[in-house]
Design a protein around this ligand. Sequence first.
Ligand code: 1PR
Length: 528
Amino acid sequence: MTIALLDYGAGNVRSIRNAVQKLGFSFTEISSAEDILTADKVLFPGVGSFGLVMAELRKRGYAEPLRQRIVAGKPFLGICVALQVLYAGSEESPGVAGLGIFPGQVRRFPAGEKAVPQIGWNGIQLLRNSPLFAGYQGEKLYFVHSYLAPLAATPDNWQLAHTDYGCQFVSAVENGGVAAFQFHPEKSGAAGLNILQNYLQKKEEITLSLKRPVPAATKMAKRIIACLDVRSNDAGDLVVTKGDQYAVRAEGEVRNLGKPVALARRYYDEGADEITLLNITGFRNFPLQDQPMIDLLEECSKNIFVPLTIGGGIRGFVDTTGRSYSALAVAAAYFRAGADKISIGSDAVNAVEEFLRSGRKSGSSSIEQISAVYGAQAVVVSVDPRRVYVDSADATPHATVKTAVPGPNGEEYCWYQCTVKGGREGRDLDVVQFVVACEQLGAGEILLNCIDRDGTGSGFELELITQVKAAVSIPVIASSGAGSAAHFVELFTKTAADAGLAAGIFHRRQTGIDEVKAAVSVAGLEVR
Ligand code: 1PR
């Protein structure tokens, strides 16, 4: 049996390769129209925008054979944008024709109370039994998208599952041997791998599960993320470290909290919804000359089937021979090595300063370049703010908050100053200016750290999180300060944060990811 993978080289399909290999299948690469028509099974993980995917398919002469295969009902599985290209067109790329299997248009999520993109774990309502979902127990699955397949645009006999997020949309279609999912089975943990296996194995090997009742509306989970700050210690080994307000040395030595690959694997096994790796000295070393970080990512991604984010050192660079590398090239290397999202720190501050100075988008900043190629949902901006106290809101042009935790001289207001190089340099830029500009430049998510809280275990910086969440419509990951499961409950009940991230309490086994999820669930909030 030939399983053929359709990868036109425009994005990260390493995750799907790793998942297929983990399941014990081998695959061939599609390199001609003929391959599309003759393979026993086609697997198409769509990456990039709707327009980009269609342009690649047309350029390679794949659009028509794909259409033929789908119309003939021969085995095909499309993931994410590969579901959307089954429609006639999309609001994402006006004027670009899709494969046109369905006559309707793909739409953007309505602007409103929900953060867009939808990033995270949501449920599906299965409308009927399908061999693809044999063994599925109703687990949440991983979604990451800004555009959706409307019910009205999808023929009834194709609709297999619905999901709710601000509105109801089609999250899976199936007819004959053809299926497509909006969620990512390759990033949906064991439940997702099982669905993928159902597609890859021979039909007769599948036992149909019993009919289940269709659940009520699906709900998005609050994500719990484990973060590994990684750097070389003085002996030159990559270690997971942890700072106190970003200071990672104790008695002169870089704190060593474990080996990155083993720790990341532990968090996957313990149920982390996402894992973030930050190369915290990336501002010094250039990642493309820092191969251990790429190797580390490759190793991690082989056994981790939830989203992996990597940050540190994503920026343009000129080496000693005068050769220049773009931030896009660095991001591409990380995506190829298995990252699902990249995170930009210091260089995002530079990009925003330039944007605010010139008043226009240059198109050449790291955020813009990477977002244009990989999509906003793959671009996280990690910000390292710290408090600057002032006596009154009028004392500074920056966006202040009236704080319940006054400054050392009784100051009742503060603003949050953006920093670069791991907090070593402060800039005349407040966090509100910064995140608003990042969203305009094409970032899909904010990783909101707080230097004052980092490593203190004193709880998340709720005033900062509330200020940032009110300023943007993209998801916000709250980070720094978690000291207990109760702090996550406080985070999700007192702010609208989409995810909570912690490092120290997980590394030191002070609180388990399961304990955090249990506490958040008892508080009436949705978890995976
Ligand atoms: O600037 O693009 O090279 O990216 C560097 C990245 O490294 C940035 O994302 C920056 O936040 C991070 N970073 C730089 N220096 C440090 C440091 O600690 N000295 N770590 C650092 C950031 C903050 C969180 C941490 C949470 C949770 N660490 O990621 O994991 O605060 O910790 P806690 O739960 O123990 O309180 P670039």
